[in-house]
Write a protein that binds this ligand. Structure first.
Ligand SMILES: C[S@@+](CC[C@H](N)C(=O)[O-])C[C@H]1O[C@@H](n2cnc3c(N)ncnc32)[C@H](O)[C@@H]1O
Ligand code: SF4
Length: 459
């Protein structure tokens, strides 16, 4: 087991954005209105990428896990759920009318909450609406996040029938003490049998999510968790670093009573997963994903064409501008981010009245698109070629340096610590530096000093 460099860990230990968007969601502005969204929707038809991605948010869970960072609610009733689905369909109808019908839909992602815990007739209603409304490309991807505690074998058959071809299983950890500690029910059936059923039904892919840094986890027992995950032989594995932000998510405070692994043990868990998964033949994708070498993510990484959005990693082929539906969901267009009202009841009321439910948004400037491209490339490809970005955006490299407020010594500490190399406008992050990609990205973020919002630890 290789040791994490404690000195570097201490030196670069700080809090910072996860950069699932740029600017980060903490900058979104509540002055952004429904009318602004309509304007951006129409503009998106002439922007790139041309293809359409859809995100459907189901913000309900039968039980709330104390570690969870997602917007979700519990205690919902059947009639309320019915109204929520009606609102989702109304929002899809209204928004889709503004989207050029010649644009192809390449990707649908259902997230939550726990979309697999609602009645499957609702999932069918919404997917039917999508088929009726959008022109699906022949090789579209439709994925759903499933909590195995609520997943039955016949659900997997139904999902296949509705056209899903990828399932993401939230395992987090196999151990009952860890799951009990975070108030989470274990899988109803052995995960091995669920994964086999997904394969037998002919899904093209299965993801599994693990989280490290949770109460009761140790490097030793997390190592066993990773071994068991590897045996599942899924095409993708995600190891999320637990993000603890109790000031934003009070539900997480309760975990402090149990306590967390130390930051060096947490970093060791990252290392263990990294080493074991690579040894088992997976390729490391960005900070937390792993895929089989033949997977499109690994191929995109090789070509330095990997991207990231709120739903995870994506490639230029599969991803489009993201049109998001449901409470708290975030649309990601080329020139804007738009987030819906977070509370499900207020979302429903707004859709019933106004067809839209914008809570806040952000108009991305051309300069911010350049910064976004740089940060995206650092986070996903461990590499940036500023010369290529200057060509793509038709600005000189010296202008790019001005935009990111580049100073002579900006990367000196990273270079002397062996974290990255920087020569002739090309930044290449070394293997040792992968744990610090958020710290590196922050150096290219001219808004970082504004310190808007609360962020989790970068490592
Ligand atoms: C949107 S959640 C939904 C998954 C599904 N409800 C489940 O529990 O299986 C997707 C993933 O986010 C990750 N996640 C949630 N809260 C997190 C946190 N505070 N820090 C890191 N990862 C987190 C978990 O791994 C989870 O599987
Ligand atoms: S981790 Fe999944 S099941 Fe648990 S509260 Fe979050 S969204 Fe719900």
């Amino acid at each position: 087991m290789s040791k994490v460099d404690e000195k570097l860990l201490k030196k670069y230990s700080s809090t910072g954005p996860r950069y699932t968007s740029y600017p980060p969601a903490t900058f979104f502005d509540t002055n952004f209105s429904n009318e602004d969204y309509v304007e951006k929707l129409i503009l998106s038809n002439s922007e790139s990428p041309e293809s359409v991605s859809v995100y459907i948010h189901i913000p309900f869970c039968p039980q709330i896990c104390h570690f969870c960072g997602c917007t979700t609610e519990t205690g919902f009733t059947k009639p309320f759920l019915e109204r929520y689905i009606d609102a989702l369909i109304k929002e899809i109808e209204f928004v889709s009318k503004k989207i050029d019908s010649k644009r192809k839909l390449t990707q649908v992602h259902w997230g939550g909450g726990t979309p697999n815990a609602i009645s499957y007739k609702y999932i069918e209603r919404v997917t039917n609406k999508l088929y009726e409304t959008f022109d699906f490309s022949a090789n579209y991807e439709m994925a759903i996040e499933c909590n195995p505690a609520h997943l039955e074998f016949n659900h997997i058959e139904l999902l296949k029938k509705f056209g899903f071809n990828r399932i993401s299983l939230g395992i987090q950890d196999f151990r009952t003490d860890v799951l009990e500690g975070i108030n989470r029910k274990p899988s109803k059936y052995p995960i091995e049998k669920i994964v086999k059923k997904i394969e037998d039904e002919g899904f093209t892919g299965t993801n599994i999510d693990l989280v490290y840094g949770l109460p009761y986890q140790t490097p030793e027992n997390f190592s066993e968790t990773v071994d068991r995950a590897i045996k599942l032989n899924t095409d993708r594995v995600v190891t999320f670093s637990y993000a603890h932000v109790p000031s934003v998510l009070p539900r997480q405070k309760i975990l402090e009573k149990i306590g967390f692994p130390s930051s060096s043990d947490k970093a060791l868990m990252y290392e263990i997963a990294y080493e074991k998964l690579l040894k088992a033949g997976y390729v490391s994708i960005g900070m937390d994903h792993y895929s089989k070498p033949e997977d499109e993510f690994a191929i995109a990484l090789n070509n330095k064409q990997l991207h990231r959005n709120f739903q995870g990693y994506c490639t230029r082929e599969t991803t489009g501008q993201v049109y998001a539906f449901g409470a708290s969901s975030i649309s990601q267009l080329d020139s804007a981010y738009i987030q819906n009202i977070k509370n499900a009841s207020q979302y429903i009321n707004s859709i019933e009245k106004n067809n839209l439910a914008v809570l806040r948004g952000y108009s991305v400037t051309n300069e911010q698109k350049i910064i976004r491209e740089i940060i995206n490339s650092i986070m996903c490809n461990y590499f940036v070629d500023l010369n290529k970005i200057s060509k793509k955006y038709k600005v000189s490299t010296s202008d790019i340096y001005k935009i990111v407020k580049f100073k002579e010594d900006l990367l000196d500490d990273f270079i002397s610590d062996g974290i990255l190399n920087f020569k002739s406008g090309i930044i290449a992050i070394n293997e040792k530096g992968r744990l610090f990609t958020r710290n590196i990205a922050m150096r290219f973020d001219p808004m970082i000093d504004q310190k808007v919002g609360t962020y989790s630890n970068t490592v």
